[in-house]
Design a protein around this ligand. Structure first.
Ligand code: HEM
Ligand code: SF4
Length: 554
């Protein structure tokens, strides 16, 4: 795992001291809120519905247990004892007091963390596959690439005032767990004639105008990464629209100019920039790669795992649902669900954070990950340790066996916290999860992605959900639109709108009708919701959602 060096530590100390002085000037009134705003946004501090909100980056989702413990300490000391893990591998604190924020940033700095470029029109936290370095299907660990991009983009003098925010995601596996096609730049590690490089995708994004990214370069050699990324961002910086905030993202630049024009411009700029990169970046990459070496995998019998698997049905169900194949057969990747039915998706209490940190320390080579699906991952667990881990998780309500199932919902904070929200998201997620838990249908329904956003900005990724729910405001009343058939993987697709929206108290029954139709229509239990949807199209699902319309038309 990447360790901060003296340069990184000094940089953060100076930056935090600067911000401390700015906060003092805001508190004593010498800065107005308007003057303070650009300064706080450079340090991840938003002003929300009820309070300030601090967004802290968890680069490529990787944490060690000391960092997780520190996040818990911060939650206890300066917030309300919990944090919210987001879809962009950040943690958000919803209740900090302005005067405490400099202390919070210093506490983060102690463990090599910060909130820089988690807001503003800059290159945001670079995200990646939460199974990186552990997944059986991986071509190469994507995190050194992500770390190199982070170092290049942090405080990059040319890219502090882009037309709009800019998001980069990297995956090292053909199975895309980083939603690369919905990012401004998506990088997918590929191998050609024995050489590793990237497929470069550009212009994806959600929000008001959802778009799936387009391939800009089929193969980019690894050594060309930074000059090529710099070429893309500088073409966008020049061409991106600054006249209209809603048309400012690179997806619109690509759409309006055409991918061919953008490609020509990027290649032209790349040819100019390439000679300026003399190889220092590759030396840095080699140093970074060394820090991401695989842990010393244990050897030993997995018999205790096998015995528990046969004897304990609760453990078995958890293993079947929450465990993913590791590249080492004696090992497993554990996804810890922080989506217990009825809880707030993505929230973890400080006690839960500390338990997860302790488990990582004792059993999992000191590593944790935050997934874009708002769960926590232990990437390297010897199978013999799984029963003990399960028992510990059970004690603190973290052993829910629902990864990938209907209650594993992504939901943005919506009207409960967000100043931009037009509807609630959290209670809708809670009600759906609770209802299907009561019906005891979750495991029968199988793999299903429901994602909920409280407004058109689409922080909950609803466009790329199998079932997407978008909360809107219709004449002062909450209204929920359903989209179907979205997909966030390597076969990414934006969902289709099913029809008119539903009132707050109609949305759960509507989802129930939809699922009942699916259970009825599927060929067998192996046909996932998304596969049934692709086979049958919208019509039968629409009929289930709007039975009155069908009756009226008859
Ligand atoms: C609480 C304060 C938040 C504010 C003010 C906020 C604001 C926004 C805005 C304005 C957009 C639209 C961007 C655009 O179209 O250019 C957006 C998109 C997005 N936000 Fe948030 N958001 C917040 C919280 C969150 C949370 C909690 C998450 C994760 C759960 C999140 C993840 C995202 C993602 C993934 C997008 C989609 C961007 C894209 O690909 O186009 N945001 N947000
Ligand atoms: S989707 Fe809208 S309501 Fe939800 S967090 Fe984003 S900006 Fe706020």
């Amino acid at each position: 795992m990447y360790q901060y060096n003296d340069f990184d530590r000094d940089f953060l100390a100076v930056r935090n001291a600067q911000f401390r002085a700015q906060v003092e000037r805001r508190i004593d009134g010498s800065l107005t809120e308007d003057e303070f705003k650009p300064l706080r946004l450079m340090n991840g501090l938003y002003l929300q519905l009820h309070a300030y909100m601090l967004r802290v980056a968890i680069p490529y989702g990787t944490l060690n247990s000391a960092q997780m413990d520190q996040l818990a300490m911060i939650a206890d000391k300066w917030d309300k004892g919990y944090g919210h893990f987001t879809t962009r591998q950040n943690i958000q604190y919803n209740w900090p007091k302005l005067r405490d924020v400099p202390d919070m940033l210093d506490a983060l700095g102690e463990v090599g963390m910060h909130a820089i470029q988690t807001s503003g029109n800059t290159i945001r936290n670079v995200t990646s596959d939460h199974f990186a370095g552990a997944a059986a299907d991986e071509i190469e660990d994507p995190r050194p690439t992500a770390e190199l991009l982070r170092q290049w983009s942090t405080d990059h003098p040319e890219f502090q005032f882009l037309p709009r925010k800019f998001k980069i995601a990297v995956t090292g596996s053909p199975n895309d767990r980083a939603v690369t096609k919905a990012h401004d730049i998506g990088l997918r590690m590929v191998e050609r004639d024995g050489e590793k490089g990237y497929e470069v995708i550009v212009g994806g994004g959600l929000g008001r105008t959802p778009m799936i990214g387009k391939v800009l370069r089929e193969f980019l050699p690894k050594a060309d990464l930074l000059p090529y990324a710099e070429a893309i961002v500088s073409v966008y910086n020049l061409l991106g629209r600054r006249d209209n905030k809603y048309k400012a993202r690179i997806k619109i630049t690509v759409h309006e100019n055409g991918i061919e024009t953008i490609r020509d411009l990027v290649e032209e700029r790349f040819a100019q920039l390439r000679p300026l990169f003399s190889g220092v970046d590759q030396e840095m990459l080699a140093g970074i790669e060394a820090q991401f070496a695989a842990p010393d995998f244990k050897t030993g019998s997995v018999a205790p795992f096998k015995a528990a698997y046969h004897e304990d049905s609760v453990f078995r169900s958890w293993v079947d649902t929450n465990i993913t194949k590791h590249r080492n057969d004696d090992y497993a990747i554990v996804s810890i669900s922080i989506k217990k039915q009825g809880d707030t998706p993505g929230d973890a209490t400080s006690d839960q954070m500390r338990v997860m940190a302790q488990i990582a320390r004792e059993f999992a080579h000191d590593e944790l990950r935050i997934s874009h699906e708002q769960n926590v991952i232990l990437p390297h667990v010897h199978r013999a340790d799984l029963p003990a881990i399960h028992a510990r998780l059970k004690e603190v309500g973290l052993a829910t066996a629902n990864i990938g199932l209907i209650s594993d919902i992504i939901a943005c904070p919506g009207m409960d916290y967000c100043a931009l929200a037009t509807a609630r998201s959290i209670p809708v997620a809670q009600q759906i999860a609770t209802r299907f838990d009561e019906l005891k249908l979750e495991h029968d329904i199988g793999d299903l992605k429901i994602k909920i956003s409280g407004c058109i900005n689409a922080c909950g990724h609803h466009h790329v959900a199998h079932i997407g729910i978008l909360g809107l405001d219709r004449a002062g009343v909450e209204n929920y639109q359903i989209t179907l058939g979205g997909d966030h993987t390597e076969t990414a697709a934006v969902g289709e709108r099913a029809g008119p929206g539903f009132a707050y108290d109609e949305i759960v029954p509507a989802i129930e009708r939809l699922i009942a139709a699916y259970l009825d229509l599927r060929v067998d239990a192996d046909e996932r919701f998304i596969d049934a949807y692709r086979r049958l199209g919208l019509a039968p699902f629409k009929a289930a959602l709007y039975p009155e319309a069908k009756a009226n038309a008859a």
